[in-house]
Each structure stands twice: as C-alpha cells, then as structure tokens.
Design a protein around this ligand. Structure first.
Ligand code: PHE
Length: 343
C-alpha cells in the first residue's frame, strides 16, 4: 500500500521533472515535493502510522525514492539553467564598439590660466604670492605710494569711491597697495608677487574696462640694482612669450619708482619687423617698472639707506590679448561660451 503510493509519486515526479520547461517551474515542483508540506514529505511522515514491522522496509524505500527524486531534480536544474543562460547570452547583446558619452569637463577662465602662468614663472624665481583688499584706503592706494592728495598722477587712475571723506575708501586702482601692506607687516628681504582685480573709472571700449586684473611684483633686499630688474623681466618675457623675444626699456614716470621705465617686448606677431599688431614699430608695451622711490620706504618705516628694491606691474588682460591675439578686452567678461571654450 505504502509502496504503491511511493511508486506512483515517484513516476509522477520523474515525469513532471522531465516536463518542467524552466528553472522557475522546477523550483515550484521541488517545493511541492520536498518542501515542509510537500507530497513526499507528507508520505514520509506517514511511516509513523505503519505497523512496526513494516517501518524499516518502508523507510529504506522512502529514502531511496527521495534520493532519486533529488538527483533527478538537480540534474534537470543544471540542464535548464545552462539552456537559460545560453538563451540569455544570445538574446541580450552589448555593442562595445558604440562611442561612449563624454561628460562635459570645464576649465579655468583664460584670465585665470594666464594669472597662474605668470605667478608660476615668478614662483620659480623664488617669489611668494601676496593678496590684499579690493576696497582700499586712500593711504594704501595713493598716499603711501608717493601720490599725495593733489598729485597729478592720481588723475590717471581715477576710481570709484565707496566713502569720500577723511578716511576715503575706494576700489583699488592697482595691486600696489598690497605691497605697502606687506612692507608694513614684514621686514626685508622681500620677494613678492601680487595678483588681483583692480578698478578704474574708464568707459568700456576695445582696450579699456572699468575692472581688470594686474600682477605686480616687489623686491626689497640689499645691493639690488636696475640690472637685476632688467634680468628678472627678461627671464619672465622669455618664459611667457618665447626665448627669442627681445626686451626694451623706455624711460617713464611712476610716482612710486625712480627711475621708472616702461617695458616693451619685440612684437610676438612679426618678430620686430613691423606689422598691424605692433603699429609698424616692432614693439609691444607690456608693463611698467622701476626702482622703489625712497619716499615709499620712508612711508613704511624701511631705511632707504640700507635697502633698495624694484617693482613692476602688468595688466593680465593685455598679456593675454597679446599672447592669444584677442582684440577686444570686453570679450573676457561677456561670458560667451564660444569665446571662453577656445582657450
Ligand atoms: N602700479 C602701476 C600701475 O598700475 C604699475 C607699476 C607697478 C609701475 C610697479 C611701476 C612699478 O600703473
């Protein structure tokens, strides 16, 4: 009786296993047979109700049947999953030759790049970077730099006043006030480079902007000469514009340096023969410089008898325009992505 039931269940199971078409059907079949409430499990439990003499034989048969079914299940499981995997591999394909999607990566503004280039060149010469305030006191922007209230040089650098009275607060017209602040705080020797944003009351046109950028340098040490200044600037020009560029100094006036000079570089377009960019004379003006005026040292408490120094200053936009052939300073600030992404 028990044996018959077992035989029936076994052949029914073997047939169902063979007929199962997927690993999913096979799994539910396994649960229905061998699970806690499965048919075979129930049958095994019923052994306990048989006569004692029949139990050993029944148990042995039942175990054999269960092992046979389990073996059949796992054989079919392997068969089906191999087939399913093969089917999946042939139906899902991945074309690794398709071009990828490139994420858009930004980069620094051209002016940031040029500032970094300039600063890196001077860092290589041993200079330290110093930064100051964009809103300055009249003292730092003008007076300490040897431009007292009625000095005519002030009119060349008219600016925007935030507060006009005894302690005038204005937008700095150059980064030279940083140099005064550093000299007030530190003693020589000093080798500093001051990059930053500056302001002047200029109407915007192709070569003027009421806001622009400068990098100025200051050296204070013992035994510094005008030849050191020239050598330093030549080294800068060669690294910035190329080793074959020539440098020319022309006498000029700055209130805070004496003697002062303007520095020209041989035209980077025609090499000095004369072209439209250099106005036909072969030279391009790139910066102003000079030996620090003794009055400036007196204003910060340095002894002009023991210390000498030089200073120079350049407009970042001008350097960038010359180097990259840009003809309108306003392009830097219009934020036209078609312009910006070229650099
Ligand atoms: N501060 C000057 C300017 O803005 C530039 C300069 C700096 C000239 C240092 C000489 C020495 O015009």
């Amino acid at each position: 009786m028990f044996k018959d039931k077992l035989e029936k269940l076994k052949s029914k199971s073997i047939a169902a296993i063979a007929a199962a078409g997927s690993t999913q059907t096979l799994e539910s079949l396994r649960v229905n047979l061998l699970g806690r409430k499965g048919e075979l499990t129930q049958l095994l439990k019923s052994i306990g109700t048989l006569a004692t003499a029949e139990r050993p034989e029944a148990g042995k048969l039942a175990n054999e049947t269960r092992q046979a079914i389990e073996a059949d299940l796992s054989r079919r499981q392997a068969e089906l999953s191999t087939a399913e995997r093969a089917e999946q591999l042939s139906s899902e394909s991945l074309d690794i030759t398709l071009p990828g999607r490139k994420p858009q990566v930004g980069h620094g503004h051209l002016l940031t790049q040029v500032i970094n280039d300039i600063v890196r060149i001077f860092a290589g010469l041993g200079y330290k970077i110093a930064e100051g305030l964009e809103a300055e006191l009249d003292w730092y922007n003008f007076e300490a730099l040897n431009m007292p209230p009625d000095h005519p040089a002030r009119s060349l650098q008219d600016t925007f006043y935030l507060k006009k009275n005894k302690d005038d607060v204005l937008l700095r017209t150059h980064t030279s006030p940083v140099q005064i602040r550093i000299m007030e705080e530190q003693s020589p020797p000093l080798y500093i480079i001051c990059p930053g944003r500056v302001y002047r009351r200029d109407v915007a046109d192709p070569s003027h902007s009421p806001m622009f950028h400068q990098v100025e340098g200051l050296v204070v040490d013992k035994g510094i000469t005008f030849a050191d200044l020239r050598g330093t600037l030549e080294s800068f020009v060669h690294q910035m514009f190329g080793a074959d560029r020539r440098v020319r100094l022309r006498p000029h006036f700055f209130a805070f340096t004496e003697p002062s000079a303007e520095v020209d570089v041989s035209c980077i377009v025609c090499g000095g023969n004369g072209c439209r960019v250099c106005g036909g004379n072969g030279w391009l003006e790139i910066l102003g410089c000079g030996m620090v005026d003794p009055n400036v040292f007196n204003n910060v408490g340095y002894d002009p008898e023991t210390h000498v120094g030089f200073a120079f200053g350049m407009g970042v936009e001008r350097i960038a325009m010359l180097k990259y052939g840009i003809n309108d300073i306003r392009s830097f600030f219009e934020n036209d992505i078609r312009f910006l992404e070229q650099f």
